[in-house]
Design a protein around this ligand. Sequence first.
Ligand code: BGC
Length: 414
Amino acid sequence: MTTMRSFPEDFLWGTATAAHQVEGGNTASDLWLMENVPESLFAEPSRDACDHYHLYPNDLALLKALGFAAYRFSIEWARIEPEEGFFSRAALDHYRRMIAACRALDIVPIVTFHHFTAPLWFTRDGGWTERKSVDRFARYCEKAARALGDLTLYACTINEANVPITISAGRMANEQRPWSPPKEFAEIARRCGGDANRWAPYLACDGYAATPQLIAAHRKGYEALKSTGLSCPVGITLALLDMQAEPGGEALRDAAEQVIDGQFLESVRGDDFVGVQTYTRLRFGPKGHVPPAANAERTQMGYEFCPEALEATIRKAARISGCPILVTENGIGTEDDSRRIAFARRALEGVLATLADGVDVRGYLHWSLLDNFEWLEGYRPKFGLVAVDRSTQARKPKPSAWWLGDIARRNALD
Ligand code: BGC
């Protein structure tokens, strides 16, 4: 129980998006091709998405009107470097205008350099499973930071760098055998004109092979950003589950936790912050993963409704990394907006509890500003505070948007 209801004075309140999920027309990216091949694994292609590429001025004005003062978004590597070594001035200018538009509205721009998608040329050449990915990423970071850096106020290198290993470890646990590329994936690679052994997109690569590069790419990206004179805080973001053990499940939980988050949190000690992104919990028993109870409430993603997970992951991230914490994502896929309010309220109670214990939490960025393209699931899951009519691109804030914006404005939870 905490009695503290106000957040620290300079606490950042905002929302988050990612380029591919909202911009539309990301044609030079790996996932664009994967979405559009015959018999794609994606429920539907992203197409125009929310046309945020053109509508960002309206979206930023809406964000501000709702009461938020920070916006996390990603710049798209596939647009900035559509061919290896060619850096598009036009794309960099676009993002420079976007960051400047945030600053003009007094919105803190929090810029992510890699959020799942990559240029097609990078993925065709082995993506993150290749050692050279580290230098390629650092070169892109440096070029982008030279063009945009002086305007950026927070920088995230790689979004959820632990997602490939989380997916691979989950597959291994389900299939009870060593990791192997998903069978259907080799076929997709072939249809994309690639070779299954070389074609390695972020969301379906061998996480065990990719992890050393992802950890090294964050380090080298961090140094590359700083080498340009960038003075803003730089950090990684991680997908963190509250991993709980039932009696007898402790050893399995501890082993999974070390592989999936421990090694990443240890590797970022000394960074300016770590981005915590939490959606649910995961329980372990003596025989492995324990699914949610049959009567447990589930979100549209099938996750157990568990907003309390955020408090646990903030504490875990702070304890292991020693870094200040920025909640860079937290949210729920639901058609029932009242559940979004209930979820965020309970998650924020957890944030208050960590603050009361002296944990250095710098802000809370809700996922997401807009209903957007939820990767393989297409547009079905609704994570947005704001609904989008994709035939007209009209935006309509949901009650949760006004509710959370009001909390942001008052900097306190009632
Ligand atoms: C990702 C987002 C995604 C969200 C909801 C996070 O893992 O960073 O891109 O939309 O979760 O599933």
